[in-house]
Structures are given as C-alpha cells and as structure tokens.
Design a protein around this ligand. Structure first.
Ligand code: PMP
Length: 356
C-alpha cells in the first residue's frame, strides 16, 4: 500500500496500530468467537469493553468522580439542541461565537429559550477570540457555551474565563485529548468522536452531577443526560463498535504517555507548519497567533488560481483531503493526535516544492 497522509478534518485519520488491532480482532474478539459488532450491548463482553473505555478516558483527562461520562449518538449537533433542553430550565444562556461551529450552536439553541450572544468575533472574519473582559455575561445565566477549537476556522483557546459560578459548556469536538485540561473548571464538555477519538456515531458528554437535575420534560430519553447517566448510557443501544474503537484509541494514547505527551508532539507538529507559513509569501494563515489551532490549520495560497493545481499535486504526493471547508475555501490541514510528525514534514516539504 502506498504511503499516504490523511489531513481530513473528520472523520479523520486513526492510529495505524488501532486499525491493525481492530483488524486482528474483527472476527473473534478475545476468544469470544464473535466480532464486537455482533455482541449484545448488555452481554459481559461488551460491558467489559465499555467499562474499560470509560476508565481509560477518565484516566486520560483526570475526570473527577463527580462528573458522569455519557456515550451518546447524534453527534455534537444533536447536543446543540440537548444542551438547552437539559440545562436551560427557563433561564437565559450565554453563547460566545468564535467561528462557524459556535455560531451553529447559537442557531440550534434558539428554539429552546432565551439565548444571549455574549461576544461575537464574526466581524474579524473569525480570526481571533474576543477578550474575556469584553464578554457581556449574564450574571444568573444557566450556562455559558463556547467552542474551544473551531474546526473550520482554525481558532483555538484553552484559557478558561471567569464566569462567577455560571457553568461552562464547551464543545471540544476537534481537540479533546490533544492536551491536558482541568475538567473541574467546566460544567459540561462534549464532542463528536470522529476527529480525535474514533469513528463517527459516538458523541461523548462529560457532565457535572449537580447539573443533571434541571432537564426539560420535553427532553427525549436518549438525550436526557440524567436518564442516560442512571443507565450507563444504555437507555438505548449505544454505538457499540464506535465505543470499542474509541477504547482502542484511549489505550493507544495511554501507551504514548497520555495527553501530556501528545501535547508536546502536537506543539511540535503545529509549529512546523506555522513556522513555514509565516516565513513564506506564497501561503498564509490569517489567525491571530495566540489563537491558532494546533489541530486544524487553515492556509491559503496568495494566488488562489493555483488552488486546483495545488490540490491535484498534493494528492499525487499522497497528501490527502487538504481542501478547506466548502464555506471558507482555501486549504486546511487537520493534524490530530493520530497524524504522525512525518505527515507534517511531508506536507511542508511538498508545499516548499510547489512554491518553487
Ligand atoms: N462542533 C465542532 C467543533 C465540529 O468540528 C463539528 C464537526 N465538524 C461539529 C460540532 C458537528 O459535529 P457532528 O457532525 O458530529 O454533529
């Protein structure tokens, strides 16, 4: 098989050892005679997979005991609606808009109650995060929602704003597990799996226990966090195979040295590409340096008439899925945990050659 590097924003590259292990276990998981796909979600085999997957996830992110981990479906977009249904309880919620995904979260939430945009970076073309001091927070809001890594725009921040006791709800879909986080600073953390965790079909929600008591009676059972928490995420059939692959990814991450080690590698990978982008006149990245994403690096050619030629040549060099999101154009390199540094080196080398 020819060497390729896959820069897709998601579904995205998975660690090769994980895919090899899934391949080896495909027909017969641990002597059970069954594929994981064929197992009852309530049987002892799958129960052991789910328990180990949750334990490893908790270890990786040091999730405190007073937080529940839910394995849900519907992706991050389903949670956009379920967050107000589970938390709003007749109050106002504050939203901060730093890119396409947090903007979408506002649109999805509006149907469920009073949604207040506390800060909005759209005027900058989504190239920065508004100063925390400028956020117009509502003192008794039900929660403050933001997206810590904007997958399309390439804007990332991890400083946690002071919200004076108002719970923070963070969409971490595209950089969860790329670096350590202090979970205790958040009320809810959620993310679709298909970037840094595993296959599509699984959405992880980490929720502080005291926030489980305020859901609207209209909340569907499969999205009702307390119901799911009380039933080990099995009020319905969970996405078993996606959970299994996520579990293999967590084991792989632990073997790499956990999220602390991943952060160092991710910094090195991102620096490699940003350093090159900053010293060439041929390409550029428009994001304010303090908020540049380590996971999703959009870049443009100064001469956009060369876009098609760039993508075609990149493909021929085994550098795949570099086309930017259809709403913003240009290019984007997504370099999640599973992208080895060799992939970024190959990309930079190709970009230099193309420039010449
Ligand atoms: N939020 C972010 C930050 C995302 O990157 C995405 C997917 N690209 C979504 C939400 C939507 O996720 P899904 O398609 O899994 O619902």
């Amino acid at each position: 098989m020819k060497q390729i590097f896959n820069f897709s924003a998601g579904p995205a590259v998975l660690p090769k050892p994980v895919l090899e292990r899934a391949q080896a276990e495909m027909l017969d998981w641990h002597g059970s005679g069954m594929s994981v796909m064929e197992m009852s979600h309530r049987g002892k085999e799958f129960t052991s997979i789910l328990e180990k997957t949750e334990a490893d996830f908790r270890q990786l992110l040091r999730i405190p005991a007073n937080y529940k981990v839910l394995f849900l479906q519907g992706g991050a977009i389903a949670e956009n609606a379920m967050i107000p249904l589970n938390l709003l309880n007749g109050k106002t919620a504050d939203y901060v808009v730093t890119g396409a995904w947090s903007k979408r979260s506002v649109e999805d939430a509006r149907a469920y109650g009073n949604i207040h945009v506390a800060a909005d970076a759209e005027q900058t073309g989504f190239t920065t995060v508004p100063d925390f001091a400028s956020w117009q927070l509502t003192p008794d809001a039900a929660y403050v929602h933001y997206c810590t890594n904007e997958t399309i725009n390439g804007v990332e921040f991890l400083q946690v704003p002071e919200t004076h006791g108002v719970p923070i709800v963070a969409d971490m879909s595209s950089h969860i597990l790329s670096r350590p986080i202090d979970v205790s600073k958040y009320g809810v953390i959620y993310g679709g799996a298909q970037k840094n965790i595993g296959p599509a079909g699984l959405c992880l929600v980490i929720v502080r226990e005291d926030l489980l008591a305020q859901a609207s009676p209209l909340t569907p059972a499969v999205f009702h966090w307390k119901t799911q928490a009380d039933n080990q995420s099995m009020i319905n059939t969970p996405p078993t195979y996606s959970i299994y692959i996520a579990g293999l990814v967590f084991e792989w991450l632990l073997a790499q040295g956990g999220v602390e080690a991943m952060e160092q590698i991710n910094i090195a990978k991102a620096n490699l590409l940003y350093d090159y982008l900053d010293q060439t006149d041929f390409y550029y990245n428009p994001i304010q340096p303090a908020y540049r994403s380590r996971m999703n690096i959009p870049f443009r050619l100064r001469d956009e008439t060369l876009n098609d030629a760039f993508l075609k040549a990149a493909d021929l060099h085994g550098l795949l899925q570099l086309k930017g999101h259809r709403t913003v154009g240009g290019m984007r390199a997504s370099i999640y945990n599973a992208m080895p540094i060799e992939g970024v080196q190959a990309l930079v080398a190709f970009m230099q050659t193309f420039e010449k």
